[in-house]
Design a protein around this ligand. Structure first.
Ligand code: TYD
Length: 214
């Protein structure tokens, strides 16, 4: 049996530069000999991508908060069961753009659902999967939104909503500092990438370790 892989998640508000950092980290890991899978939420399976369409399309009719929370959790359940867990079981390093903390911050802190309840729904959906490391790219919402371009339903929320997302994410990181790396996302992409790489290298076993090799 290969050693179980490692699960690394990037979180942050709109326009924090997560997708760039996911790509940079995945390239570095692959160059160093690790077998890497990159993925993102909501999405990652055909069912989860269909749910993503429902969630992020500019809505004709606003969705209720609990419906939204359940749809994010449903997409996540499929993604974990069909993509993330099998990859971890076969020893791969999984790098994921957003995970449970996005639900806690957006549906919990910002929409106002009880964070503990959203956490319980997500815990059930993921059968308890927790990232080994979460990189939180922290950026003042006004700056991030100025860079965010896809115009999804969340981006068009109020400034207060995005402030609550940011505060929610920072609170999660400060509650479990050993599981988080918080990086100010206003440095250059190279500086952020270097800070992430330094921590990841410390935490990963050598790539020649049984199972984590390509
Ligand atoms: P996406 O276009 O992937 O944005 P980003 O590049 O910022 O990740 O859209 C994902 C949106 O969905 C984003 O606004 C955050 C939101 N979201 C939630 O509200 N809850 C969740 O559980 C997840 C995974 C995302």
């Amino acid at each position: 049996m290969p050693e179980r892989g490692r699960f690394v998640v990037f979180e942050g508000g709109e326009g924090a530069g997560k997708s760039t950092q996911v790509r940079m980290l995945a390239d570095r890991l692959a160059e160093s000999g690790y077998d890497v899978l990159t993925t993102r939420e909501p999405g990652g399976t055909p069912t989860a991508e269909a749910i993503r369409e429902l969630l992020l399309a500019p809505a004709a009719e606003p969705m209720s908060d609990r419906c939204e929370a359940l749809l994010f959790a449903a997409a996540r359940a499929d993604h974990v069961a069909k993509v993330i867990e099998p990859a971890l079981d076969s020893g791969r390093i999984v790098v994921c753009d957003r995970f449970v903390d996005s639900s806690l911050a957006y549906q919990g802190s910002a929409r106002g659902l009880a964070v503990a309840e959203v956490a319980e729904v997500s815990r059930w959906a993921t059968a308890g999967l927790v990232p080994d490391l979460t990189v939180l790219l922290d950026i003042p919402p006004a700056r991030g939104l100025a860079r965010a371009v896809d115009g999804n339903r969340m981006e068009s929320q109020s400034a207060a909503f995005h402030d609550q997302v940011r505060a929610g994410l920072l609170a999660l990181a400060s509650a479990e500092p050993h599981r988080y790396l918080v990086v100010a996302a206003d440095s250059t992409r190279e500086e952020i990438g270097a800070a992430v790489w330094e921590v990841i290298r410390e935490r990963l076993p050598e790539p020649h370790h049984e199972g984590l090799r390509r």
